[in-house]
Design a protein around this ligand. Sequence first.
Ligand code: ADP
Length: 273
Amino acid sequence: MSIKIENLIHTYMPNTPFEKKALDDVSLEINDGEFVALIGHTGSGKSTLVQHINGLLKPTSGKIIVDNVDITSKEVKLSLVRRKVGLVFQYPEYQLFEETVEKDIAFGPKNLKLDEKEVETRVKRAMKMVGLDYETYRNKSPFELSGGQKRRVAIAGVVAMEPKVLILDEPTAGLDPRGREEILGQIIALHKEYKMTIILVSHSMEDVAKVAERIIVMHKGKNILDGKPNEVFKHVDILEEVGLAAPQITYLMLKLREAGMNVSEEVFTIEQA
Ligand code: ADP
């Protein structure tokens, strides 16, 4: 299932003093089974871009074609688009609200009017996919879990809708190093074991260097670099100019890891400029 974006422009609050062109002629294609990271400084247009891919935002102009369907056309049912493209928002655990983990994850599938057995099957499968043991966690309150576990429950809620493409907007934000590793590891598993197409939004070069097969750099609403990590990291000058700090160090870290060396987080803690 491919995603094709053609000449996408998005302007917030047009014809007002607050007018803001958040996407400025973005064209790109994401193929079935890819693991793509969308990286860029805060305000570069990452969130705006991904919200177009599942139809949450409508373009000012341009086209978005998901699975050969132009989702910007009026006839398209957005509920069907959202079953194909799942979006995990920033801080998704804020949207947990049910008494138990099981009920929370079941909420989406229930709305699809699936029978009870199928809902249960999906909850079990989704929990397995995010590495939460069903019997251990099903009856726990989401609120008694750790940060990383809560986030896994929230991700499972989207995974239970069984989308082909999973978009995660800053999935490690606000977690401690252990929680970050936990979530990144789980996202890699969703890609490798369950063959999901992953679009990871991040402003952390460090996270992205560890996991993505392709990196798209956003700057002022444009996709300015796009390629395999080692290709993108060659453009150190551009990366520094757009505020993605210390790419050389990240690149070095990536190379050392590729060579099988165990590089500690403390040595290469990279803060955003
Ligand atoms: P990122 O995800 O890279 O941080 P965003 O897509 O959130 O970037 O934002 C891109 C630009 O659009 C920013 O200048 C931001 O202030 C603006 N913007 C985002 N959401 C809104 C909104 N709802 N209304 C007006 N401007 C917005």
